[in-house]
Design a protein around this ligand. Structure first.
Ligand SMILES: Nc1ncnc2c1ncn2[C@@H]1O[C@H](COP(=O)(O)OP(=O)(O)OP(=O)(O)O)[C@@H](O)[C@H]1O
Length: 814
């Protein structure tokens, strides 16, 4: 019986544990899993409630098993899913050889030359059209079809035009009406073709932009160790990635239409005309083309260079406006509006001078262009039409429209003068229309040359961006494998020189000036990037080391404080530890640190990061309140990690921000957090991230300077209880008690350093007590000074009384 009851007891306790686990499990998983299921269902349904939409917006991405992502885009209560496949690393490695850096001589000025063709080929066939069978190819084919159709229809319209006028002159009412009906019929496909050409051109431009943007974003926003966004060094990179990519897509898709259609027109119209004009006329026509091209080439300005310079100046202006927007509060505190306006006005004026000078250049060019294309070509056209009409009497030579039956003397054909005039008019009208179309096609080809030059300028900009990003040397500064097993969980620095790495990597700073004539002098960027090789991150004559020959082993649980005066290189040490800067002495110095998320460190489903840095300036990401805590993790990762909102609430409580969700309207609230949160709140939020990610080592770079010291202390203690090893950069001696080692940087220009033990906890607390005693004594200084002044006053009063004594006596005597 006893055994039985014992058995029953055990069973009930097992049941109890199982039930508790189930409840806990549901508590942990309910929020994210439900959310994903609901959203997927809602997305399939198409229509979403406001709440679901807000959740979808928070979600942004869902991750697929194969590494691809599904972007959730909301539009009018609907959610569409856009699959996004990240560009594989292998593709970047393969592409690298197609994007060698441009040397100063080979890059030179953007022009339609071999260098341009090479750059365009690399961008087109490695990025824009990587495969023959793609949607872009289909669009190009469709576009080409409509362009050909448009040319064929133009010939039809020209012929019909002639027939209608002929019938009118013949006073053939029936024929005229028939022609008019045909005219309306032909107008249907003609107009549809026009709008399809425009639509497909825009579509192609959009597709090109998307392809390039995705590729560039994947390359640019590369994770550690590449960190290309941190190291690109290109000024105004936002202009490259946004406006330049867009302008390039538009220029290329527009150019295709502007080249293909006029070329086809030229061939077709010339062949049509040659039937009327004969050999002599056709030869004259070609002489006309040749003369026109020669004249226009001679007077065409350097549109490529001008376009590149304009894009750069636009970028500078854009960056200036963005800076004021970002730092608006700081500018407002200084009341710096007038100063900022002056800076922006100057940049804007430079841009305007440049644009204005382009317009001025265009006056002369377009004047000659119009004169040649419209008037010279038309005059040549008249002359060519006149040849058969004036010098050939025989009727057979008159009409391309006159059928064989008519020539054989078919019905309706008479030798009456009226018919002869009608026939000539028909020929004239058709030929004139063809010639006008020819002039138009020629003009467009000439304009296309100008567009081609502008495309060369934009291509040079894009190529500069791509080649700079591709050519950044690998950042192999930090190895994640430890040579010594006893240091498997430690950060080890061995003979490391720390200093500012060589700059110039990828900076198109070398500038060349071209004169546009008149008052305009424009800087053209000249990219001299040869210096960008892996050796450039080594020694740097301009920047001597800030810290020389630094060697130390920092084991988990050994908390380090780095101190030293301002500008001595404390943050630079953090940069090297985080892998942002390589050791300045190259491979002579080595840095190793534990790997991210070792198996034994995994708590639940979230592996621990090895090193997590909280920088001096607190960064707030665009997104919800929840995104602020989990950054850089995405909501999708949070949702699948199994962690709960309750956990986040606990973390906020720990950093004394528990009131935020209620105050700001919940976890899904989206605000400009940079402005909404105070300086101290932002710093506490940054600490919340540390508690969320629970890294093995946390580098805290003066990130609690605006937090009250009692909260600061509690946060430090909590970090330690979570098993986080602290590396604190600070000038506050009160923080020393939380650390076991002290790295002091000399700050006398010698790049020396000392590493000392802070002592036992009692000693550390003793230091703290001593500091507190000194601080309280310092607080008394004011009072003592006041007392000294009082005593001084008393003494001087006494002295003056002593001095005044005999005088008074004298006075008494008197
Ligand atoms: N990207 C850079 N380019 C040029 N110089 C730099 C760069 N980053 C840092 N420096 C210089 O390196 C020196 C050390 O900078 P660091 O940020 O490490 O100083 P710090 O000791 O952290 O100073 P503080 O206590 O003021 O934060 C400074 O003189 C700084 O001007």
């Amino acid at each position: 019986m006893h055994v039985f009851s014992k058995y029953a007891d055990r069973r009930s306790s097992i049941l109890l544990v199982a039930a508790t686990l189930l409840v806990l499990r549901s508590r942990i998983y309910t929020f994210p899993r439900d959310l994903i299921a609901r959203l997927t269902f809602a997305a399939r349904r198409g229509q979403l409630t406001d709440d679901e939409l807000a959740e979808a917006l928070q979600q942004v991405y869902t991750e697929e098993k194969d590494g691809s992502k599904t972007l959730l885009v909301s539009y009018r209560n609907r959610l569409s899913k856009v699959p996004i496949r990240p560009t594989p690393l292998k593709k970047f490695q393969e592409d690298k050889k197609y994007f060698p850096l441009l040397t100063a001589s080979s890059q030179a000025k953007p022009n339609v030359d071999r260098s341009f063709v090479r750059q365009l080929r690399a961008i087109l066939f490695r990025i824009a059209f990587p495969k023959l069978r793609s949607k872009e190819t289909l669009i190009v084919l469709l576009h080409s079809f409509f362009l050909v159709l448009r040319t064929v229809l133009s010939v039809g319209v020209a012929r019909l035009d002639g027939v209608i006028v002929r019938d009118l002159i013949r006073a053939d009412g029936k024929g005229f009406l028939k022609g008019l009906a045909l005219w309306f019929l032909l107008a249907i496909p003609s107009t549809y073709t026009n709008s399809m050409i425009r639509h497909l051109q825009s579509k192609l431009s959009l597709r090109l932009r998307s392809r390039l943007t995705r590729y560039i974003n994947d390359l640019y926003l590369s994770s550690a160790p590449d960190l290309r966004y941190y190291r690109s060094g290109l000024d105004g990179i936002d202009q490259y990635i946004t406006a330049d990519v867009d302008a390039w897509g538009e220029a290329l898709s527009g150019l295709y239409g502007n080249l293909l259609k006029p070329s086809l027109d030229m061939v077709l119209f010339t062949s049509q005309l040659s039937r009327t004009l004969g050999v002599r006329g056709t030869v004259l026509l070609f002489c006309n083309y040749y003369a026109t091209v020669t004249i226009l080439r001679a007077v065409t300005p350097a549109f490529g260079k001008l376009a590149a310079a304009e894009a750069r100046l636009e970028g500078e202006y854009r960056a200036g406006v963005g800076r004021v927007g970002r730092e608006s509060e700081e500018v407002a505190f200084y009341n710096g509006g007038a100063r900022e306006k002056a800076i922006l006005s100057r940049v804007y004026q430079t841009l305007m001078n440049h644009v204005d000078s382009i317009y001025k250049i265009r006056i002369g060019y377009e004047w000659i262009e119009d004169y040649v294309i419209k008037y010279l070509w038309s005059a040549a056209g008249y002359g060519l039409i006149a040849v058969p009409l004036l010098f050939t009497r025989r009727r057979r030579t008159l009409g391309v429209q006159t059928s064989e039956a008519e020539r054989q003397g078919g019905p309706g054909v008479t030798e009456e003068p009226d018919d002869a005039v009608a026939g000539r008019t028909e020929t004239y009208i058709s030929n004139r229309r063809l010639l006008l179309s020819l002039a138009d096609a020629g003009g467009r080809l000439m304009y296309a040359y100008k567009d081609l030059l502008e495309l060369a300028g934009l291509t040079a900009r894009l190529y500069t961006l791509l080649s700079t990003l591709h050519s950044l040397p690998p950042l192999s500064s930090v190895s994640s494998t430890d040579s010594a097993p006893e240091n498997a969980d430690a950060i080890v620095l061995s003979h490391v020189d720390i200093g500012v790495p060589a700059s110039g990597a990828g900076h198109p700073h070398d500038e060349d000036e071209i004169s546009l004539g008149g008052d305009a002098i424009v800087d053209i960027e000249e990219v001299a990037l040869q210096s960008l090789d892996s050796t450039s991150v080594g020694g740097n004559a301009q920047h001597p080391p800030l810290v020389r020959d630094l060697s130390m082993v920092l084991k988990q649980g050994e908390h380090l404080m780095i101190t030293g005066s301002n500008g001595v290189g404390k943050t630079s040490v953090a940069r090297v530890l985080a892998g942002l800067w390589p050791p300045q002495n190259g491979s002579a110095g080595t840095v190793s640190r534990p790997k991210d998320g070792d198996a034994e460190d995994t708590s639940a489903s979230c592996p621990r990061k090895a090193v997590f840095v909280v920088p001096q300036r607190a960064y707030m990401v665009a997104g919800t309140l929840l995104d602020q805590v989990i950054y850089p993790e995405s909501f999708a990762e949070f949702a699948t990690s199994g962690r709960s909102l309750t956990e986040l609430e606990e973390i906020l409580k720990m950093v004394h921000l528990a009131y935020l969700p209620a105050r700001e309207g919940g976890w899904r609230a989206r605000k400009e957090w940079r402005d909404v949160l105070s300086g101290g709140e932002k710093q506490r939020m940054a600490m919340a991230r540390v508690f969320y990610h629970r890294p093995k080592f946390a580098i805290l770079d003066e990130c609690t300077s605006a937090v009250s010291s009692d909260v600061e202390g509690r946060m430090y203690e909590h970090a330690k209880t979570l098993g986080i090893t602290l590396i604190t950069i600070s000038l506050r001696p009160s923080l020393m008690k939380y650390h076991t080692q002290l790295l002091t940087l000399a700050g006398d220009g010698s790049a020396r350093w000392t590493l000392s033990r802070v002592g036992t906890p009692e000693e550390r607390m003793g230091i703290d007590r001593e500091i507190a005693a000194l601080e309280s004594k310092l607080a008394e200084v004011g009072k003592w000074e006041q007392r000294v002044q009082e005593l001084d006053g008393l003494l001087s009063a006494q002295e003056s009384m002593d001095n005044a004594g005999p005088a008074d006596e004298d006075a008494v005597v008197v």
